[in-house]
Write a protein that binds this ligand. Structure first.
Ligand SMILES: [Zn+2]
Ligand SMILES: [Zn+2]
Length: 181
């Protein structure tokens, strides 16, 4: 058990590599912590060694007026101010650990809410998990003007073409995006 705070859109940041077990002093709370955030943080100041707790309570984003994910790269969700407000986006960009992609990180959505980020994958990992991401594979292959077969062949974890896996927090559907070196 890591006793890390719970992030609904990034439930296992140790596994994805965005949080590491390493002792540091957090610049926000000034506490000695055993875990440290090593993902992206977009702010005017260069900030390192933020602790997971100062992500979860929003204090890191507040202190530096920063975000962990670019708002413009969150896949569209419909904002209804009465029932489903900006709160959802705020939680994702200000209170959720981000992740590093090769290029600009995208955050996929489904059922009108951001998905849970599960980490980097290649086609081999997708096959081993036995999951269905057929629709996204079609979209991604088109993006590179490749056949689906060619795309799957080139999608290798830690390779030249990298996959990023997400899962819908409502219906459980898996989603895939990718980028290229
Ligand atoms: Zn802290
Ligand atoms: Zn869904």
């Amino acid at each position: 058990m890591s006793h890390l705070p719970y992030f609904k859109y990034h439930t296992d940041p140790l596994k994805t590599g965005s949080i590491e077990k390493r002792e540091t002093i957090c610049p926000v709370c000034n506490e000695k912590r055993e875990y440290v955030y090593v993902g992206p943080f977009y702010s005017r100041s260069e900030v390192e060694d933020i602790c997971p707790w100062c992500i979860a309570n929003g204090k890191a984003a507040d202190k530096y007026d920063g975000t962990f994910q670019d708002h413009g790269e969150v896949e569209g969700i419909t904002i209804n101010p009465d029932t489903h407000g900006n709160e959802v986006i705020e939680e994702l960009i200000k209170r959720t650990p981000g992740y590093y992609g090769i290029q600009q990180e995208k955050w996929l959505s489904h059922c009108n809410e951001p998905c849970n980020y599960l980490g980097q994958v290649g086609w081999k990992e997708i096959r081993e998990m036995g999951i269905d991401v057929e629709e996204d594979i079609e979209i991604e292959a088109k993006k590179y003007r490749l056949s689906k077969e060619e795309f799957c062949k080139r999608l290798i974890n830690k390779g030249f073409m990298q996959g990023y896996l997400f899962q819908c927090i409502h219906c459980g559907k898996y989603r895939l995006t990718s980028d290229i070196d």
